[in-house]
Each structure stands twice: as structure tokens, then as C-alpha cells.
Design a protein around this ligand. Sequence first.
Ligand code: NDP
Ligand code: X2W
Length: 342
Amino acid sequence: MTHDIAILGASGYTGAELVRLIATHPGMRIKALGANSKAGQSMAEVFPHLRHLDLPDLVTIDEIDFSAIDLCFCALPHATSQEVIASLPKDLKIVDLSADFRLRDPAVYEKWYGNKHAALDCQSEAVYGLTEFYRDEIRSARLVAGTGCNAATGQYALRPLIAGGLIDLDDIIIDLKTGVSGAGRSLKENLLHAELSEGTHAYGVGGTHRHLAEFDQEFSAIAGRPVQVQFTPHLLPANRGILATVYVKGGAAEIHGALSRAYAEEPFLQVLPFGQTPSTRHIRGSNFCHLGVSGDRVPGRAIVIAALDNLTKGSSGQALQNANLMLGENETTGLMLAPVFP
Ligand SMILES: NC(=O)C1=CN([C@@H]2O[C@H](COP(=O)(O)OP(=O)(O)OC[C@H]3O[C@@H](n4cnc5c(N)ncnc54)[C@H](OP(=O)(O)O)[C@@H]3O)[C@@H](O)[C@H]2O)C=CC1
Ligand SMILES: CC(=O)N[C@@H](CCC(=O)OP(=O)(O)O)C(=O)O
């Protein structure tokens, strides 16, 4: 059976990545591509690297007939996404890539995002999209909320360690580096080549980055008590990739054993041999997340490093993995592409 797919926000980075992945998916057919300022253009005009594909032109969302769609990906900015999803048919399966449906508590959402939620009924039914930890709920969900890309990286490093009681919950530091495509395709002065290249800097410092809300929600639920991590992202002059270096208090060998066991059956989560360190070079363009564990010279401390591609495992690949589950497809279909190297 072939499922008819719509992608809203197809003229953005995650939208284009969805098209790249779905184009060769044997169980999916791209029926509609939604855009805003680029509506009316062909995908080849907006993304020359997709020229070889036979795709529908970009249209505005109100031009799409959703009664002919089996599943819709929403790759739209925060706040816009909730307004659009509130207006879509209530029985339409949706995978949202924005932050709008990730946080279960509306008050927490309002605190971090600064606006009242415009689709609280949808928010209450949404399932958090970190596939490996919400697989059963995702299978039967109507609306899945894709995770933040930084939030996914930190969680892959830490969830089994918190669940296993292996680390000091009051002493967790996530030092993260991210490529610039995480900020989307729209024009921003601070993302110009001259402002960004040949340097790197921290942002969202001092507990202000909104992905902390996801860490708080998920880690506290696992631990059964409040957990607050320190988290500082840094912007790298690279297009793709996230590398999180996580500092914890706990036994490195036990931590490596716990991660290896937790992810032994996971097709996309690869734990490297003890002491080896992941690199964004080795996951680029793929749905894999590489994880490494090392000891530290300071007794009782360990370092966990996780690397993934923000546009695949951190957003569009994760979204396709979840859509596969929602549509009864094999979870890995369309996603076993090897990373691009060098
Ligand atoms: N980039 C990443 O690595 C990740 C992104 N995300 C989230 O995924 C979502 C998409 O991100 P990304 O692809 O990077 O963003 P982009 O800025 O690259 O793309 C945004 C898309 O949304 C469309 N759009 C904007 N406003 C409207 C509107 N009012 N009505 C209809 N369409 C609109 C744009 O259309 P047009 O260009 O035609 O104006 C464009 O197609 C965001 O919520 C982001 O936070 C999540 C995880 C990782
Ligand atoms: C480089 C960069 O700016 N990255 C974004 C994260 C992208 C992401 O995960 O998106 P959401 O906005 O959907 O949470 C940031 O740190 O804010």
C-alpha cells in the first residue's frame, strides 16, 4: 500500500530533507508540498539539488486537499505550526517538527515560549517523538511532536543513565555544539557567512535555552523527582551536525555498559567501543546517532559524547521514523542511508 503524504514547510531545510528521504520510500508518495513566500514555485527552483525528482509544485496550505492525504508533516515555525494544525482535519495523522506540542504542561509551554497555546486540545493528545522511548505510543498516535534537535542529542546520552540510577542527578553538564542549519533557512543577520565563519560562540547561556524545558520534562519524569541539567549550546561554522559532550559523576565502565545494553537492539543508536569518540563527520546526512563513553582523570567522573545530524536524526529522519510507525510501515524504511563521508 502506498500512503499519500503532504509536507508543509517544504521550502525550508527540514522540509527539503523530508523530501530527500521520502522520495525513495517505497510506501510513500508525495502528494502536496506547502509553502508560504515560495508558494507558486517548483521545488527545483527552490532546491536545485532535488531537480531530478518528479514533485508537485509548492502551494499555499489552503490550496491543499487534506481529504486525500494519509499523513501530513508540519515543518513550520513555532506558533505558526499550532495555528495551522488547529485548522487541519481532526482525524488527519500529523508529525509536527516544531516545538509547539512537545511540552505537556501548558503553563510550562507559556513560560518558555512566551505565548498562550492556540491548540490546547491537540497539545493534550500529542505524543513526544523521541522514537526509541515512545515507540508504542507513537504507533497509535494521531499527532506526534518531534523533539528539539539539541534535546534529542542530550537525551540519547543521558536517559539510560538516569533510568539506571548510575549518575549524580545534581551534577550533569551538557556542552553542545551545533551546525547552523539548525536555525532554519530564513535570512538572519547573525547567520551571514561573514558573521559566522572562522569563529564559534555560545548562545542561550545561563539556563535560557528553550530546550531546557524538554530536558526538565523528560529527565524529571524518568527520575521521579526534579532534575535540572546545565546546558550550553555553541554555534559552529558548519552546515550540519550536533555534538554533545556530557559531563557526569558516575562510573565510566558502568555507564558504557548501560548505554550498550539499552541500545543493543536499536538500529540507529550506535555505541562505540569504550574510549572511542564520535564525530559529526561520521553521521552526516544519516539517521544514525553515535555515542561514546570515556573515563576522566578526575576519579568518579565520566564523559559521554553523542553526535547526530540535526536535519536527519534530529528532525526529518526522526519524523520519518515516527511516520513509519504511525502508518504500520517498517520503522527503518527509507532511513538506512549511510552517512556522507568525507
Ligand atoms: N532545522 C533544524 O535542524 C530543526 C528544525 N526544527 C523545527 O522544524 C521546523 C522547521 O524548521 P526549518 O525547516 O529549519 O525552518 P525553515 O525556516 O528552513 O523553513 C520554514 C518553512 O515554513 C514555511 N512558513 C513560514 N511561515 C509560514 C506561514 N505563515 N505559513 C505557511 N508556511 C510558512 C516557510 O515557507 P517559505 O519559505 O515559503 O516562506 C518554510 O517552508 C521549525 O519549527 C524548527 O524549529 C526542529 C528540529 C531541528
Ligand atoms: C543552530 C540553532 O539555532 N539551533 C536551534 C535548534 C533547532 C531545533 O531543534 O529546533 P526547535 O526550534 O524546533 O527547537 C536552537 O538552538 O535554537
